[in-house]
Design a protein around this ligand. Structure first.
Ligand code: SF4
Length: 243
């Protein structure tokens, strides 16, 4: 993917959809080559909302997830529920390195000693694999989730994965996401009802206390808020100022 794709999106002035995720998904379905578009989800609440909106608009865009091998049973249950509800199957991407092989190679509990290395092996490299045949990547990130995501834009070039990243829910709030889930009676991870607002791998996710930010339970006690899938890439990153 080069900047041509980015300009294709820009010319169509998608910024009018900054608070209208379903409108942006409709625009994508009508204007982009759908065999080159893919959505990724980690099964968080924004991903559930986006999936529901996507399937109202089109069934022709594939949806994938990264299976780290360390997801909660409740997350796998949610995946099954969603597949049954919408009658489809997620594409699954994962490292070939089993947890046992990882331990043999790097020692015990790599996620404690070198979480960036662990995330790179189990998330970032499979993500490269997941995106390699696509030009457009739809994500469920929101600005309010982390300081890194606060700098994201509705549409931006992601040079690490050579795709145009599209973030339809970027300007939605936590409450808007949850209002949509309740209003449409959508399934969600039952751990959210047990003080887990943000859920990743078992080893790196903890419940939060009242008043803490929603991602405080991720990599608790470490100076880390992102797994490397949604990173600012300094000067390499190219965006349209949509907000
Ligand atoms: S979230 Fe934790 S266990 Fe999962 S890939 Fe990253 S460091 Fe490893």
């Amino acid at each position: 993917m080069n900047n041509t794709g980015l300009h294709t999106v820009h010319e169509k002035q998608v910024k009018r959809y900054r608070k209208d995720p379903e409108g942006l998904l409709k625009w994508i379905a009508e204007n982009l080559p759908l065999e080159k578009v893919v959505m990724g989800t980690g099964f968080g609440p924004p991903g559930i909302v986006l999936l529901d909106m996507l399937f109202k608009v089109t069934r022709d865009i594939s949806v994938f997830y990264i299976d780290t091998g360390f997801l909660f049973d409740q997350t796998y249950d949610l995946k099954t529920q969603l597949e049954e509800k919408y009658g489809f199957e997620f594409l699954r991407f994962s490292t070939d390195l089993t947890p046992a092989q990882q331990e043999q190679k790097f020692g015990e509990n790599l996620w404690e000693k070198e979480p960036d290395t662990c995330c790179n092996i189990r998330k970032v490299l499979p993500m490269k694999d997941a995106l390699k045949n696509y030009d457009y990547w739809i994500t469920g990130i929101r600005k309010k989730q982390t300081s890194v995501r606060a700098h994201a834009n509705l549409v931006e070039m992601e040079p690490r994965f050579s795709v145009i990243k599209m973030n339809p829910l970027l300007n939605w709030t936590h409450d808007e996401v949850w209002d949509y889930i309740k209003e449409h009676n959508l399934p969600y991870n039952v751990l959210h009802d047990r003080n887990y607002p943000s859920i990743g791998c078992k080893q790196c996710t903890s419940p939060v206390c009242e008043g803490e930010d929603e991602r405080n339970g991720r990599w608790k006690g470490m100076n880390k808020t992102e797994c490397g899938l949604h990173k600012m890439v300094g000067d390499e990153k190219q965006t349209f100022k949509d907000n």
